[in-house]
Ligand binder design. Structure first.
Ligand SMILES: O=C(O)C(=O)Cc1ccccc1
Length: 310
């Protein structure tokens, strides 16, 4: 297996990939951005890509949500959670925070440290970087565009960067969720604690269109753990929903909800069922259990078997 990830080495995404035991001893290709990583998978140059999808402070990572919702189909094979803490690293000629005029980092890292940055270095300009590690490595270049970088403690240590402050995140304990994405293939077997992701384009702009979608989950007792709307890019007012649910395709209530969704939203895209990285809180009522579905199906089959043939 060849793995790719949002690089360069030292990103939080690499930390997420290293949680995958098989990836530790495999070839790992750093990609310049999320789209480049997914493209390596789509073309077959890599077998799977680890990419950030959501964090507990800033919400969804739009680039990833959009890239896996469209184009050549991809499948989520697993998820990984990383608790994120940031440091402020600087060029060697900077000694105090007041000297910092510009700070480079990934947009989601900036969002998680914005409060600290605005209070402690109000005059520093934010320079968007393709990743926290890319911003950090820029500090080592002669012709660098920035004085400081917000990055992981690990990359600062590994690259011998000067660190002026540690733990500068506004919310201690913020978690980012990453997904390992591959070309569509076998769906991982249920573990008992699983999630499924589905993309639901709103085909019609009419009252109740979202209700029709949500109803499919509600009546089968399927809990949603994430729902986000994203513009399709096809014009104002055109949206798709990206939804995570508790449960696996192998469970009747999830499969039945997908079947209902296919009727109200025929262009839906199933992105996979995979083990949840942490325990899920939702419980299943007896009438939504596999046994209840199976009994109900048997009962209806018994009735349809009695249908007159002519
Ligand atoms: O830039 C990185 O290191 C990443 O892996 C993306 C990211 C940025 C900020 C929080 C979580 C992930």
């Amino acid at each position: 297996m060849i793995y790719t990830y949002l690089g360069p080495a030292g990103t939080f995404t690499e930390a997420a990939l290293l949680q995958v035991p098989e990836a530790r001893d495999s070839e790992r290709i750093p990609a310049a951005n999320v789209n480049a990583a997914l493209e390596l998978v789509r073309t077959g140059e890599a077998d799977a890509a680890m990419v950030p999808i959501e964090n507990s402070v800033e919400g969804g990572v739009s680039t990833t949500l959009d890239a896996i919702a469209t184009g050549e189909p991809l499948q989520i094979m697993r998820e990984a959670l990383v608790t994120i803490s940031f440091v402020l690293a600087v060029r060697s000629n900077i000694d105090t925070i007041d000297q910092i005029r510009s700070v480079a980092t990934h947009g989601h890292a900036w969002a998680q440290c914005r409060g600290w940055a605005e209070s402690n270095m109000p005059n520093a300009e934010f320079i968007p970087a393709s990743s926290t590690a890319a911003g950090a490595l820029g500090l080592l270049e002669d012709e660098t565009s920035h004085d400081a970088a917000i990055c992981s403690p690990l990359v600062a240590e590994e690259r011998g960067l000067k660190v002026l402050r540690t733990s500068i995140e506004d919310n201690a304990g913020a978690v980012t969720r990453f997904v390992l994405v591959a070309r569509p293939g076998p769906i991982p077997a249920p573990t008992g604690v699983d999630k499924s992701t589905v993309i639901l384009p709103l085909s019609e702009d009419r009252p109740g269109a979202l209700m029709d979608i949500l109803e499919q989950f509600v009546v089968r007792g399927v809990n949603l753990s994430r729902i986000e709307s994203r513009p399709t890019g096809e014009g104002m007012g055109k949206y798709f929903f990206s939804v995570d649910v508790d449960g696996h395709l192998a469970q009747e209530r999830v499969a039945d909800a997908l079947s209902g969704l296919h009727r109200v939203c025929p262009n839906l895209r199933f992105l996979g069922s995979y083990p949840a990285a942490e325990g899920l809180s939702s419980s299943v009522d007896a009438h939504n259990s596999d046994a209840a579905f199976s009994k109900a199906q048997d009962w209806v089959s018994g009735l349809t078997a009695r249908l007159a043939t002519s």
